[in-house]
Design a binder for this molecule. Structure first.
Ligand code: MRU
Length: 378
């Protein structure tokens, strides 16, 4: 997608051919800067501190993290330590696990002197594959938007989204936002309600910024507004991303997603999820019982960052200093509340049979053995 008119991915190899450049998402929307990663520790820090975030981009960053580790030392010990370091960064998005476990297995069966080169090649492949997957999700979602337009008769098509599942959360295109970009580019009158998404404000800081860069009309609303808009007929459908979707179709996504799905069901509004195959965890069925929910530092709840009148990036205290706070980063939307999953292979119901119809290679016992790598057979 574009930044100031120039095509940009969220992660790329620097001109030196080995270090890795990422967009620093902690400084958006006020500053567009990049951060250079030169070690696996840098990659782990970038994921933990959300310089990069979003399930697919976390996976891509971890892949380059292992490549940087192999450049440093391609021994078995360093491979194991680096994999452990990366896996400890964030627990919920399953992409991280499949990338680290998959790449580690590949490298373990690769001669030591070839590991660095193979790791870089695999990281580049994972990035390209993510772009292809998201592009395909966009095309399938576009067909769905065309159906909504036909039913409604005329635009605008009003979409509500939560968190950021746009191109900043992936290598390019995004998952939930890819259909919106394609519909906009196809001349469909689109309008997006952008949820603020406290505590980290991914909606205001990232979704609004990237929609703005692409010229898609949007309106920012605080997190409590969605139900009201739905009651007044101002939302045609909701669409979000996912950090982990179980084999039964339960969707774990940014905290607050569940409440939007409940409001959508009460108002008979379709609730879709942009789902890349690599975000499916075939080893789990019951998302509420099984998916690990990240709990982050409570200071993200008790403070907020923004721009001071002097133009400085500052953090302000919202609560009393001793105020106890809890910071649950994700919740689970049960499959029964989801109208459809938009995958790179097409649309399916959020049911075990629906998912298996699109990913037959993941069914049966194989799916139970752990996070399963679904390669881009789009
Ligand atoms: O905590 P974050 O910002 O990493 O959470 C991101 C989300 O919840 C996204 O919606 C999800 O990763 C899907 S991204 C295509």
């Amino acid at each position: 997608m574009k930044v100031n008119g120039a095509h940009t991915r969220t992660i790329w190899l620097s001109a030196d051919g080995w270090s890795v450049e990422v967009i620093d998402q902690t400084r958006l929307p006020h500053r567009f800067t990049t951060s250079r990663l030169t070690s696996v520790a840098d990659a782990a820090r970038a994921i933990t501190h959300m310089i990069v975030r979003g399930a697919p981009l976390i996976g891509a960053t971890a892949a380059y993290g292992l490549a940087l580790a192999m450049r440093d030392s391609s021994t078995d010990d360093n491979l194991a330590d680096s994999a452990r370091l990366l896996l400890a960064t964030r627990p919920t998005a399953v992409n991280l696990r499949w990338v680290v476990d998959g790449l580690r297995a590949t490298l373990e069966s690769t001669p030591v002197h070839e590991r660095c080169e193979i790791a870089y090649a695999q990281a580049a492949r994972i990035c390209d594959e993510d772009v292809a997957i998201n592009h395909a999700i966009g095309e399938h979602g576009l067909a769905l938007i065309e159906q909504h337009l036909q039913k409604k008769g005329s635009g605008p098509i009003n979409v509500l989204t939560h968190c950021n599942a746009g191109w900043l959360a992936t290598v390019d295109w995004g998952t939930a936002l890819a259909p919106i970009y394609m519909a906009h580019d196809a001349g469909i009158d689109m309008h997006v309600w952008v949820d603020e998404t406290r505590p980290r404000n991914q909606g205001f800081s990232l979704t609004a910024w990237e929609l703005d860069q692409h010229g898609v009309p949007y309106t920012a609303v605080v997190d409590n507004v969605g139900g009201h808009l739905m009651q007044r007929g101002q939302v045609d459908f909701c669409i979000t991303g996912t950090d982990r979707t179980t084999a039964s179709g339960d969707v774990c996504n940014k905290i607050g997603t569940y409440l939007k799905a409940l409001a959508a069901r009460d108002n008979d509004i379709p609730f879709y999820v942009g789902l890349p195959g690599p975000s499916i965890d075939w080893s789990m069925d019951d998302g509420i019982a099984e998916i690990p929910i990240e709990e982050r530092d409570p200071t993200e709840v008790t403070t907020m960052s923004g721009l001071s009148p002097e133009g400085e990036l500052v953090s302000i205290q919202l609560t009393g200093h001793a105020c106890p706070a809890a910071n649950f980063a994700f919740d689970v939307t049960p499959a029964r509340l989801i109208t459809g999953l938009i995958t790179e292979r097409g649309l399916c119901p959020a049911t075990p049979a629906g998912l298996r119809s699109l990913y037959p290679e993941a069914s049966g016992d194989q799916g139970k053995s752990g996070p399963h790598r679904v390669t881009a057979k789009i």
